[in-house]
Design a protein around this ligand. Structure first.
Ligand code: ZN
Length: 266
């Protein structure tokens, strides 16, 4: 079972700042196995926050106008998340439909949003696990790397989607991050909250994203080591030049333009 999103909880419209403060003071061990082994985090974040409690949760049953389905059962159902996080998801969906050229969404499958477990931004209602997107023309953009493996056309779509998500969610984890993410793309806004952000070359998460996009969307021969070495740097610069992107990747504008180019590539 997917540890970061397979559990669905009841809607809770509640403010629990006091609990959040109390929970944050607990040692990591009190939070069980979801702590350092979650796989949803870079190490520094795990150490900073052991448990999280949502300020509020809202139920949502659609994304981009398309019904949400539970990836494991295929059943249409609602999920819970922070209301502002749902707004962020909707902004992503509108952007993806506009940039990808794949037409409206007709279904979105997921492993979940809010999960009442410590050590994950799912517990704060600020994370979401993507399974499969279905578009009106029948195109499916699948995050189920576990079922299709090294299939170039699927990988191109997968990394276009990952690029689109990474523009909106600083923490976008793909199958290259670890085995827990072979069946879904995890996103959360734990690092950036609701602020804008650019590329961080010191972030393994960001560099793995760029390296996957460079290889499978733009056909560049780069490693998958999570390090922003010379060949990755050169390949990214070449793509920027090809698309007339003059702003630095580290800027919000430059990062967004690079990711838009990837999401819209055909
Ligand atoms: Zn997740």
């Amino acid at each position: 079972m997917d540890r970061c999103g397979a559990r669905i909880t009841l809607t809770r419209m509640t403010t629990r700042r006091a609990l959040l403060l109390g929970a944050a003071a607990l040692p990591l061990a009190a939070c069980g196995r979801f702590g350092s082994q979650s796989g949803d985090f870079d190490a520094p974040r795990e150490e900073r926050v052991a448990c999280r409690t949502p300020e509020a949760l809202t139920s949502f049953a659609t994304l981009g106008g398309a019904p949400l389905r539970y990836e494991i059962t295929g059943t249409e159902q609602s999920f819970n998340a922070d209301p502002r996080f749902v707004d962020q998801l909707e902004a992503w969906a509108a952007d993806w439909v506009a940039v990808s050229g794949l037409g409206p969404l007709t279904a979105v499958s997921t492993y979940g949003a809010h999960v009442d477990k410590c050590g994950s931004w799912h517990a704060a209602g600020r994370a979401f696990d993507f399974g499969v997107l279905t578009h009106a023309d029948g195109t499916q953009v699948s995050c189920r790397y576990d079922t299709w493996g090294e299939d170039a056309p699927r990988l191109a779509l997968y990394w276009r989607l990952a690029a689109s998500l990474a523009k909106h969610f600083n923490y976008t984890l793909t199958y290259r991050y670890n085995e827990q993410h072979h069946n879904h793309i995890h996103i959360d806004n734990g690092v950036s909250g609701y602020d804008t952000f650019g590329f961080n070359e010191g972030s393994r998460t960001h560099v793995l994203l760029v390296q996957g996009v460079l290889r499978w969307v733009f056909g560049r021969d780069v490693p998958a080591d999570g390090g922003f070495g010379q060949s990755t740097r050169d390949a990214a610069r070449a793509v920027q030049q090809e698309y007339g992107i003059t702003q630095r990747l580290a800027s919000t504008e430059g990062w967004g333009a690079f990711l838009d180019a990837a999401a819209g590539a055909t």
